[in-house]
Design a protein around this ligand. Structure first.
Ligand SMILES: [Zn+2]
Ligand SMILES: [Zn+2]
Ligand SMILES: [Zn+2]
Length: 252
């Protein structure tokens, strides 16, 4: 399985528009973060988790040739705003895109993209096959996916475990029975917004405390704000089995 970080930034991305802070001015490419998304390639399938506003740019930057399915963690704009651009894949792959989302997220997509679901459709609009998911394992063409329920302040969202790999973003609380589903993951991707506490995202200390409980071989932090500090500098403070993800990072 090959994992590519398509974006590792929080909702505003890094740099933030108009921000003059030193992280936003950093020449280090790892301090440039598009909105959070990840690509998972198995032997036969390519999945993408979330299509934020940078989806088009991410598909072009990483020359993505094929997408079999898109999974959604939740309906915030920084995770769904790029969905219209699946049209390119519809056109080349000659079929609707398979979309996996829970009911509330599907309702949000139907509001945001009402024209896609209209009775009389305009030609050339995105084509989607909606698959309803709940908090129980499902499979996409033979690949087993285990949803992990997490809370994003009060909003229930999903992380996903595929084999030894677990991806969780935008969480700040996970119940013990859901934590059990993550245990045994060799690779854990977890959100960590910044050092200061936040109402709806784990901060760095909270993310590190959770990683200490899960004990993956390697953890990667994502959904990072400019307030975290410089990638290079803050990474030196992390435990040995924890790294900051950066855009374009590939793990096998
Ligand atoms: Zn987000
Ligand atoms: Zn800044
Ligand atoms: Zn969110």
């Amino acid at each position: 399985m090959k994992i590519t970080f398509l974006g590792t930034g929080t909702s505003q991305g890094v740099p933030v528009i108009l921000c003059k802070c030193e992280v936003c001015q950093s020449p280090d490419s790892r301090d440039k973060r598009l909105r959070a998304s990840i690509m998972i390639e198995t032997d036969s399938q390519t999945f993408i988790i979330d299509t934020g506003p940078d989806f088009r740019q991410q598909m072009l930057k990483y020359k993505v040739q094929n997408v079999d399915a898109i999974l959604f963690t939740h309906e915030h704009k920084d995770h769904i705003a790029g969905l219209d651009d699946i049209r390119a894949f519809n056109y080349v792959q000659k079929r609707p895109m398979d979309i996996y989302a829970e009911e509330r997220v599907q309702e949000a997509l139907k509001r945001e993209y009402a024209y896609v679901f209209a009775e009389f459709k305009y030609p050339g609009i995105p084509e989607m096959n909606m698959h309803l998911i709940e908090n129980k394992p499902f499979s996409i063409h033979g690949t087993k996916i285990i949803p992990i329920r997490a809370l994003h302040y009060r909003l229930p969202i999903f992380g996903f475990r595929i084999g030894d790999f677990t991806y969780i973003t935008d969480a700040n609380f996970i119940e013990n029975n859901e934590l059990e589903k993550i245990k045994g993951s060799k690779i854990l991707v977890l959100n960590a917004l910044r050092k200061k506490k936040h109402i709806s995202h784990y901060n760095l200390d909270e993310a590190l405390a959770l990683i200490e409980i899960i004990k993956p071989e390697q953890a990667y932090l994502t959904h990072i704000s400019h307030m975290m500090g410089f990638h290079e500098q803050v990474e030196k403070e992390l435990p040995q089995n924890v790294k900051f993800a950066y855009d374009g990072m590939v793990i096998w």
